[in-house]
Design a protein around this ligand. Structure first.
Ligand code: S3P
Length: 162
């Protein structure tokens, strides 16, 4: 059975929606950020504080490891699309879903101060969206606009992945 892999910007709903999908489909859910925190025993900010490249190396290693799983739901970090190797690995055994949530909606409920890449404020989110949108579009098998209720989005994903 193929994995279901959620990609998209910080705050687009990957973590919450992956949990709901896991409950409905009775499948294991793995959050790559959480996996890295447990594996390395430190926070994402700690990994980033060495350098972003260091964090991206650890993230890439995790993608390669987790892509060997079968039938699980994988919630990725927003920057997973920055390395094509990550997408190639995750695609081998996974259906990639881009959760595309309007940036103004993300800003209503994200705490920009607690996210290492957003410490310079909300404008950064618009900039990242501009840089990354095409990468998300190129990487995904299914593009979902997340501007409805969580339940509707979860049901929509289930109907698409069959
Ligand atoms: C990042 C998003 C974060 C985390 C790290 C980098 C990004 O994950 O992986 O801070 O580059 O967009 P979330 O998308 O789960 O917030």
């Amino acid at each position: 059975m193929k994995n279901i892999v959620l990609i998209g910007m910080m705050g687009c709903g990957k973590t919450t929606i992956s949990q709901l999908l896991g409950e409905k489909l009775k499948r294991e859910v793995i959050d790559i950020d959480q996996y890295l925190i447990e594996k390395h025993g430190c926070s994402i900010s700690d990994m980033m504080s060495i350098s972003e490249d260091h964090f991206r190396d650890l993230e890439q290693e995790a993608c390669l490891e987790l892509s060997k799983k079968e039938g699980v739901i994988i919630s990725t970090g927003g920057g997973v699309i920055k390395r094509q190797e990550n997408i190639d690995a995750l695609k081998k055994n996974g259906i990639i879903i881009y959760l595309d949530r309007p940036i103004q909606n993300i800003l209503t409920d994200i705490d920009t101060q607690s996210r290492p890449l957003l410490k310079d404020g909300p404008e950064k989110l618009y900039q990242l969206d501009k840089e990354r949108r095409q990468l998300y579009m190129n990487a995904c098998d299914i593009h979902i606009i997340n501007d409805q209720s969580l339940e509707m989005i979860v049901n929509l994903i289930i109907s698409k992945v069959g």
